[in-house]
Every structure is written in C-alpha cells, then in structure tokens.
Design a protein around this ligand. Structure first.
Ligand code: C5P
Length: 219
C-alpha cells in the first residue's frame, strides 16, 4: 500500500472561476478551467486528506472521494469556505476569483438602447486573505499568476495576505497555466523556495501536496 503522508488531515480548497451576475442572463467571469485545483483535490485525497472542494462553475467531474461544494459568486465562495474551514489543517486558494462584481444586479434583462453603457463594479472580498486572517487558521496556501517579476510579486502577495506558502506560475508562457494540462510552479514560503518543473497538472499536484506535507508540521 502507498504511504499516506496526509492521513487524517482536512483540506479545504477553492477552484475554478467565479461568475458575477450582471442581470439574469449575463455575468462577469474569467477563463479559469479549474484543472489545477481539481488535480490538487484529487492528489490530496490520494495522499490521505479529507477534501472539501469549493468549486466555481467548471466542466470537470468531481474527483473520487472528494466532497464538492458548488458555488457561483465570490461571496458564495467566501461564505462556503468560511463554513468549512473550521478544524481544517490546510486551506488552498486555487480559484480565480473575480476581483469585481456588478454594484447592482438588474432584476430583469438589461435592454440595449444607448450606444454606450456603464456598469459600476464593486470590489469582491478576498477569500484567501479572509481565511488567512482567522485566529485559528489552517496552513494557508495561495496561488499567484504572474507575467513578470514572479518572485517579487509572489513574495509580496504572501506577505500582504499573511500566507504560509505561495505557488506562483508564469501565465505568459504558452502550454502551461490557464486551461492547459501542464503547469510549472515556483513555490515560496517564508524561509525558502522550490521549483516544481513543467509537468502534467496531476503529477505537479502530488508534488505540491508532498511539499505542503513537509511544512505543515513545522508550523
Ligand atoms: O491578489 P490575487 O488575485 O493575485 O491573488 C491570487 C490568490 O488569491 C489566489 O490564491 C486566489 O485564489 C486568491 N484570491 C481569493 N479571493 C480573491 C482574489 C484572490 O481567494 N477575491
């Protein structure tokens, strides 16, 4: 039998995009496929974790043995995450949460009339930072999608959001990151860093979870 280095640990992980309604038929969203988050959820389950997957809308099957909680908006992702994070050992924010939502949701479909129109946007809550700010917080891991100065921005984000670890990827490179089946990660924690070379998201997810397993006990 394979060793289960994370046996008995509880993981809460966000994945996928969020959708922010503008009116009953339209929304603001992004191109996140959810693949990385689902791969991490599956890998963590294989390594022995009890996994609560808080997922925005995406077309992926629920990984074996994982409890999936489907949400739509950033606010729902926050509420669901906070309701699950009690007693969690690890929280991973892998979702591409929409930064803004429509300030007002129209009750009925907005009709086209004028040549231009303006939609006022309101900043969404930060799910990851909210979990990291809890008194009894789990080992909290964030993601950073960057196009340049990866280390600088990742370290800044880790500090600003009070994270235990951050996994950064370069979304400017083709064939990895958003929508792709492969990814490469530069992982940082307050005392060190490690590069996880380009690999299938499944293999990469296992490596990331093993790295987290090494660190949670040091916390
Ligand atoms: O600030 P930025 O969006 O670049 O941070 C990315 C990290 O923060 C990811 O781990 C993402 O899941 C998380 N995040 C979040 N809620 C937001 C924005 C980002 O949980 N509203």
């Amino acid at each position: 039998l394979a060793p289960k280095p994370l046996a008995g640990k509880k993981l809460v992980i966000t994945a996928g995009p969020t959708q922010e309604a503008i009116d009953p038929v339209r929304y603001i969203s992004n191109h996140s496929s959810g693949k990385m988050g689902y791969a991490i959820a599956a890998a963590a389950q294989q390594l022995g974790c009890r996994v609560e997957l808080v997922s925005g809308p995406c077309n992926l099957p629920s990984p074996y043995g994982v409890n999936r909680h489907s949400v739509v908006s950033a606010q729902q992702m926050l509420d669901t995450s906070l309701s699950l994070v009690n007693n969690a050992d690890i929280f991973i924010g892998c979702a591409a949460v929409a930064d803004y939502r429509a300030a007002d949701q129209a009750q009925h479909k907005i009709k086209k009339s004028q040549a231009t129109m303006t939609i006022e946007l309101t900043r969404n809550p930060d799910v990851l930072a909210s979990v990291a700010a809890l008194d009894k917080r789990p080992f909290t891991v964030g993601f950073a999608a960057e196009t340049q100065d990866i280390e600088k921005y990742a370290l800044d984000k880790m500090q600003r959001k009070n994270l235990d670890m951050i996994a950064a990827n370069n979304v400017a490179l083709t064939g990895q990151g958003f929508g792709a089946d492969q990814n490469a990660l530069q992982v940082f924690w307050p005392q060190g860093k490690q590069t996880l070379e380009l690999a299938d998201k499944t293999a990469l997810a296992t490596k990331l979870m093993l790295l987290i397993a090494e660190h949670i006990n040091k916390k």
